[in-house]
Design a protein. Sequence first.
Length: 323
Amino acid sequence: MDMLVEADGRLLPCAGGAVYNLTRALGLQGVGTLYLNPLSGDRFGQALKTALHRAHVSLAHPYPVHMPTSLAIVGLDEAGKASYSFYRDGVADRQVSCQILNAACSAHATLQIVATGCLALVPDDTTHYLPWLQAQRAAGKLVVVDANLRPAIVPDMAAYRQSVMAALRHAHVIKVSDDDLVTLGYGGNSPTNAACQLLADTSAHTLALTLGAQGAVLMTRNGQLWHAGETTPVNVADTVGAGDCFLAGMLVALLERPLTLSAILNNGTTLAESDVHHVLQTAVASATLCVTQTGCAPPTRTQVANRVGHLPATVVAQKVPDM
């Protein structure tokens, strides 16, 4: 549960958590989605469960566990950019194992994509998530990993970077922010150059780089690169959940373009220009609609489609920078 620090010091609870946000955003955009982590039976956990049900998300663990809900204290700067601190020892969402995750995925024959990231990538939880990602990739699922680093939660940054990189090396699709690249040690170049280097250091086919108000970049292993950005000013309430909604929009659009999805899964050579435009415009619109509201407020597919139809983000093909 995200606890937003208000101007008078009071805490405003908002349903949150990166993978939770992504899950709810996918459900609200019409994608059949399974949430793999258990929820607490406490008041916060029940609120999280209610929001998932309203988004038509299925629960791998329909019954609550007797652990508290994890909390994130969220501070906002003058531009609405969020910073986080966490309370997550002995919490409900960490009561998982590789075996439980794989069994839940195996029970759903139509599963196409598995996604994780952020707090699931801390070193203490690698024994759960890394073998699961490896097994899902071997089973033919498209593996998506959002780095979404939170350096405030770990005492050993070297171990944290190693854990995150290990997860990224299992991915077909990587999502990072410009801040993530710096935390991972790729901050010496421009964000685009740094992202190219990160992509080269993994086996992923596609990388999405978010740049805040400067938009986003999509690049592929074979050297394709596009930049997307809003064409009109955006009135930002805060940035909580923006990256999660961006990724949700991106995955929704990929599912609507099965040939592009297949090309990424099978390490195809090139992506069609029109498909990439659709993917990036949908992703940017999804993120934009989120940041205009307080907390993570994922839009519906209709809202995203309406924004793309009336105020589409510009998408420009660019030359891959020399490394």
